[in-house]
Design a protein around this ligand. Structure first.
Ligand SMILES: *Cc1c(COP(=O)(O)O)cnc(C)c1O
Length: 369
């Protein structure tokens, strides 16, 4: 029985009996490492989300970005254009692959790469662009594809938060040379931990497969120095079940978002471009004009006075983290880092939860206005 005092968590993975039965089936088979479940998961994921492109399963989204970039031919010192307003993995994956992340600003409405800023950042050392479909809203893919083609750059989509989002009616992940999806527990679907790499060419896919498994396609015929970034069949079995549930979960996220759009007051609600569908990994509002301290106080009031969990993704722009410490002026990124606040939008919200979230946000916004 739920009472009004239950804390509404900001995210909540849904693991059902089907997932448990799938894991049991793999455990009972005695073959738990990468095998037939992972292969079936790749096929099903490709058909459902990546327009039939070849997909390679790996042990995390970050591994997928790392291997994908190596497969695309990234060499030490090569520059890759990335947003700074994202999770650190976007830039980390460039850095650990030997490349140099070049941070540019984002669009203030969609929070995704600003194509004009990308164009301005291209140098003779640039080899690729890594747009992030942040919170589940697609980046401006027509302009980014055009810029990439004109300069001969590869495009690697970071779709960690955007399983199934569309742009001009096509799913994200079908625009670039490669795409990565994360299967971390708080993402729109999970395998426990895991990542999927979709590839436009079968040669890129082959390279990712080689790098995933010690450089081997045939056992003990190692071709290159590779890694062990395989996905176990235990994880793949969970992912296969979750993939089947994703469409209904996405529809619920979208219905929750529509409810918030209609009822929230005193905050800036998310923009959805006319040619886009948003899958609401996060429902992120802006507390317009707030300082970081004021936004943090808003979040504290939601949590402590109203028991509404919420999150700030991301409070520090990646270029300013200790990892990179780059002195850059990215005004939209700085503004968003001060103002954004993500509300629970996950598919386990009850109707009462949604009403409590709206009442809480509207009350706190009014008190602060
Ligand atoms: C989660 C995430 C990643 C990394 O995925 P993992 O599976 O956690 O390694 C990369 N980019 C973005 C934008 C993410 O949200």
């Amino acid at each position: 029985m739920s009472t009004e005092l239950d804390f509404i968590p900001p995210a909540k993975p849904i693991i059902g009996t089907e997932e448990r039965e799938a894991v049991d089936r793999v455990l009972a088979s005695g073959m738990v490492a990468q095998g037939p479940e992972a292969a079936a998961f790749e096929q099903e994921f490709s058909a459902a989300l990546v327009g039939g492109r070849e997909v390679v399963a790996v042990n995390s989204g970050t591994s997928g970005q790392h291997l994908g970039m190596l497969a695309l031919g990234l060499k030490p010192g090569d520059e890759v254009i990335v947003p700074s307003f994202t999770f650190a993995a976007t830039a980390n994956s460039v850095a650990v692959s030997g490349g140099v992340p070049v941070f540019v600003d984002v669009d203030p409405e969609t929070f995704t790469l600003d194509p004009a800023a990308v164009e301005a950042a291209v140098t003779e050392r640039t080899v690729g662009i890594q747009p992030v479909h942040l919170y589940g809203h697609p980046a401006s893919m027509d302009q980014l594809v055009e810029i990439a083609q004109r300069h001969g750059l590869w495009l690697f989509e970071d779709a960690a938060q955007a399983h199934g989002a569309t742009w001009n009616g096509a799913q994200v992940g079908t625009f670039g040379d490669a795409v990565m999806y994360s299967l971390y527990p708080t993402k729109n679907m999970t395998s426990g931990e895991g990542g999927m790499v979709g590839c436009a060419s079968s040669e890129t896919a082959r390279q990712v497969r080689l790098l995933r498994n010690q450089g081997m396609e045939k056992q003990y015929a190692n071709e290159v120095a590779g890694y062990n970034n395989r996905m176990t069949d235990i994880h793949a079995a969970i992912g296969r079940v979750q993939l089947g549930k994703l469409p209904a979960w996405t529809a619920t996220r979208q219905a929750n978002a529509a409810f918030f759009d209609a009822h929230l007051e005193g905050v800036v609600t998310p923009v959805v471009r006319e040619n886009a569908s948003h899958v609401y990994h996060q429902y992120t509002v802006r507390i317009e004009g707030a300082t970081a301290a004021e936004r943090d106080a808003f979040a504290t009031a939601l949590r402590e006075e109203h028991k509404v969990g919420c999150g700030v993704y991301y409070p520090t722009p990646v270029h300013r983290l200790e990892t990179f410490q780059i002195d850059l002026d990215l005004p939209v990124t700085e503004l968003l880092a001060r103002e954004v606040l993500s509300l629970p939008v996950h598919p386990s919200l009850s109707e009462l939860d949604r009403e409590r979230i709206v009442a809480a946000v509207n009350t706190v916004a009014k008190a602060g206005a």
